[in-house]
Design a protein around this ligand. Structure first.
Ligand code: ADP
Ligand code: MG
Length: 561
């Protein structure tokens, strides 16, 4: 007969539990939110399994029940979802499989803004452990839909947990029994639990009951007419989907498409990018539903990688329910939904840039780096994405110049008469770019130059190659073509123009200088020639046609190291 087994938690979980037990974080409600969200996940899986396997199941019988036992000091969250086998209890509630989540936990212990980060633990696949913020002992009773046995998982949240056969058998599903800490006895008050559930779990699609009363309204806001959903509801739905309590999305989209494929979608852009604060690559945050049934959370096929920062939900009548990760990849319906959705997102972004430039700026600061990946990966939408890019430019001067950014369209709108190319210059940082000898000449002729201190930007621009038909050219390259000098541009340059200002030089003596340089630099450069384009420096390096710019070369050297 099976006996009680002792297991040690994985190291990262121990760290996490230690942090949670000593946390001064006030938001204990998130523990309830996370456990209810797990119960709901298990119910979704049950519904989907039954549909796919064709086994009888009345969806109305799926639900979550909360029970308060004042005498025992416990709050129980019970569901009749898929349940867990002995092995599943051991691995799901004892180890973190996902490497990104392990990384998150390691970071969590170092982040000063610990409180804010704890709020996010649900997003990183470790939500269950928040139970130990409110309980000093947690008991999980579970019976898998594939098994006749009921197992008991138990831990006091220090280093170990035990798994043993349960004394009594139970119907399919899981109960999480929280032995509440003295300071969280408030969760023994029905009014308190009700208000927490209403506030944090309103969008859970199955009924949550306490004393027979259903606490959540289970509204499917993506199916509502767009003008009937309030901002407040969208914010709450975003928090529900993203597990980001207290945060407000930067913007949202609510899409209803009826042909050729029918689908509804709501998408939200979070206010901050966790990738840039060291949480590793984000998981996709969109839930995929077929006829209101969740078929996949964190669906990777619904949006391309360069839009992975969006959270949301997509629901279609035209998708089969029995769709697996493998079949998703080459599902034609899904591909069509993706194409339409991407266009909607890119349109929304360009509208945002126009109508709320400040918000767009924030968006770009946070997610521009991810969006840019689209230039290499989405050839179909390349031009649209290119319009969304922003760069630092010599057109902006003064203190704000390093932060103010321009679009390529704006640049083109400012191009001088006869200018055929878009000029840029890369470098390790803005300071050294500004000291580049080539820049002075372009400035003197009032030719705008985009400054690219981020090697990624230079990479993006190089792979873009052209915008609006105009080649993008590094000003230290031999490809540079300059607009012809006109009266007015020379006048603008206030006599600083190289050609007009230079004293005449005897060509024969210049030839002698050139041949001296050529001899001295033999094998190091391919050519030495005179330039009309240097103002403040005696020499400058130029890149031969077809060769890489200096900072691109550095980037590649770094990558090869
Ligand atoms: P996540 O929900 O993001 O996967 P959690 O830490 O919340 O991370 O839960 C870990 C895992 O434990 C879940 O993925 C699931 O497999 C399992 N689990 C937790 N609660 C339940 C439950 N009520 N029923 C079935 N499985 C559960
Ligand atoms: Mg969870």
């Amino acid at each position: 007969p099976p006996v009680s087994e002792r297991h040690a938690f994985q190291a990262e979980i121990k760290q996490l539990l230690n942090l949670l037990a000593h946390s001064i974080y006030q938001g204990k409600e998130i523990a309830l939110r996370e456990l209810i969200s797990n119960a709901s996940d298990a119910l979704n899986k049950m519904r989907l399994t039954a549909l796919v396997e064709g086994s009888p199941l009345d969806p109305d019988e799926l639900g979550i029940t909360l029970t308060i036992d004042k005498e025992a000091g416990t709050l129980t969250i019970a569901d009749n979802g898929v349940g867990m086998t002995h092995e599943e209890l051991r691995s799901n509630l004892g180890t973190i499989a996902h490497s990104g989540s392990r990384e998150f936990v390691r970071n969590l212990t170092r982040i000063p803004e610990e409180a804010k980060a704890i709020n996010l633990i649900g997003q990183f696949g470790v939500g269950f452990y928040s139970a130990f913020m409110v309980a000093d002992r947690v008991v999980v009773l579970s019976r898998s839909h594939r098994s006749e046995e009921t197992w008991k998982w138990e831990s006091d949240g220090t280093g170990e947990f035990t798994i043993s056969p349960a004394d009594e058998s139970r119907p399919r599903g899981t109960s999480v029994i929280l032995h509440l800490k003295p300071e969280t006895k408030e969760f023994l008050e029905p009014w308190r639990v009700k208000s927490v559930v209403k506030r944090f779990s309103g969008f859970i699609p199955q009924p949550i009951r306490l004393d027979g009363e259903v606490l959540n309204d289970q509204k499917a806001i993506w199916l509502e007419p767009r003008n009937q959903v309030t901002e407040e509801e969208h914010t709450r739905f975003f928090r529900h989907l993203s597990h980001r309590e207290g945060e407000t999305p930067l913007f949202h989209l609510h899409v209803a498409v009826d042909s050729p494929i029918q689908f509804r979608a709501v998408l939200y852009c979070p206010p901050t990018n966790f990738e840039s604060i060291g949480f590793g690559k984000l998981e996709h945050g969109v839930q995929l539903c077929a006829r209101r049934v969740l078929v996949q959370s964190n669906c990777q096929e619904i949006l391309p990688g360069y839009l992975r920062f969006l959270h949301g939900l997509v629901d279609s009548e035209d998708l089969p329910l029995n769709i697996s990760r493998e079949t998703l990849q080459d599902n034609a319906v899904l591909r069509k939904i993706q194409n339409t959705l991407v266009k909607h997102v890119l349109d929304r972004l360009s509208k945002l840039a126009e109508e709320a430039p400040q918000t767009y700026e924030t968006f770009y600061e946070q997610f521009g780096i991810i969006l840019k990946e689209g230039i290499h990966t989405d050839f179909l939408n390349r031009d649209r994405i290119a319009k969304l890019l922003r760069f630092i430019s010599t057109a902006n001067e003064g203190e704000e110049a390093d932060r103010k950014r321009t679009s390529l369209e704006q640049y083109v709108g400012r191009m001088r008469e006869g200018q055929t190319q878009i000029y840029f210059l890369g470098g390790p940082d803005l300071n050294s770019i500004r000291k580049n000898p080539h820049l002075a000449y372009f400035k003197s002729r009032q030719l705008e130059v985009l400054l690219l201190p981020d090697p990624i930007d230079e990479f993006v621009i190089t792979s873009l190659d052209r915008f609006d038909g105009k080649p993008l050219v590094s000003i230290d390259s031999a490809r540079v073509e300059l607009p012809p000098q006109t009266e007015s541009t020379s006048a603008d340059a206030q006599g600083k123009e190289a050609t007009t200002d230079q004293p005449a030089v005897d060509p024969a003596r210049l030839d002698r200088v050139l041949s001296l340089f050529k001899a001295a630099l033999e094998g190091k450069v391919s050519e030495v020639r005179t330039s009309q384009r240097l103002l403040e420096s005696p020499v400058g390096l130029i890149h031969a046609e077809g060769s890489l710019t200096t900072s691109m070369r550095k980037l590649l050297q770094m990558a090869n190291r």
